[in-house]
Design a protein around this ligand. Structure first.
Ligand code: CDP
Length: 253
């Protein structure tokens, strides 16, 4: 019997191992402007994930030969702290981190108006402090908030969420256990306003019907997170109340 068949994903009531329904997101908290030294920053907590993002720039690029004459260079670094997982993670960048940094850059780049800042760089540092599945998606969600906090012009916020298949059912926002032992995990990043998919990866197997169901679920879940992103920005940059018109008091002569 394979390992996948030994584990149980649902309790007697059909709820998942962390008490969620199939289409329920993990609890999410978003905070913007958490670092003084960065141009923009954001912190996301999504279930057991805790990820801090710092954005620097647009600023002068070093080494200078990397400067592009017609646009800014977007550089992304996804890094897991050695204490972010149960077994100590080697601090040096792994192949997995290099791959995730690349796919995150590819998800963010089409959204940023890099052409406004030729010959500069925009550096995005994604530091995973605690990991519990779906960190590339949480990282993307926080990175686009940090870019907005840095005042970098963008077409829209990018938002990401995974869906997948565990115990034969399509579920939203997999945790680490579901990610490791489930049948499939599919991270998706979208540009909600323009209905464009910016990242689509899949680890595992789904039938075409399951794929469409999982994609629709990931998009629907991402749109829920998008509302939270907008609220986090609004809370960080409250719009001042409209100035009240001064009351004119007529003085009788
Ligand atoms: O985090 P995400 O699902 O985007 O990426 P993954 O490569 O599918 O990794 C799944 C999970 O495995 C991560 O979120 C971590 O919780 C865990 N992991 C780990 O325990 N140790 C590592 N060195 C790398 C990942």
């Amino acid at each position: 019997m394979s390992k996948k068949n030994e584990v149980s994903f649902f309790d007697g009531k059909g709820l998942r191992n962390d008490g969620r329904r199939l289409d329920e997101l993990r609890p999410i908290e978003l905070e913007v402007g958490v670092l003084d030294n960065a141009s923009g920053s954001a912190l996301i907590r999504q279930g057991g994930n805790r990820i801090l993002v710092g954005v620097f720039g647009p600023r002068e690029i070093h080494p200078k030969h990397l400067a592009l004459p017609n646009r800014a260079t977007l550089r992304c670094r996804y890094h897991m702290a050695p204490f972010s997982v149960e077994d100590r993670k080697h601090p040096a960048p792994s192949r997995r981190e290099t791959e995730i940094s690349k796919v995150i850059r590819e998800a963010l780049e089409p959204v940023v108006f890099t052409e406004y800042y030729p010959r500069t760089t925009i550096d995005v540092y994604i530091e995973v402090l605690e990991a519990n599945g779906g960190t590339r998606c949480s990282g993307i969600t926080a990175a686009s908030l940090a870019l907005a906090d840095a005042g970098v012009p963008m077409r829209d916020l990018v938002v990401a969420c995974a869906s997948g298949k565990v115990g034969g059912k399509i579920v939203l926002d997999l945790n680490d256990f579901e990610d490791k032992y489930g049948e499939a995990d599919m991270p998706v990043a979208i540009l909600p306003h323009l209905d464009r998919v910016l990242l689509l990866q899949m680890d595992g197997n789904l039938t075409p019907k399951e794929f469409h169901e999982a994609l629709d679920l990931a998009i629907e879940g991402s749109k829920r997170i998008y509302e939270m992103q907008k609220k986090a920005l609004r809370d960080s940059y409250p719009i001042p109340d409209e100035p009240q018109e001064e009351e004119v008091v007529e003085v009788e002569k």
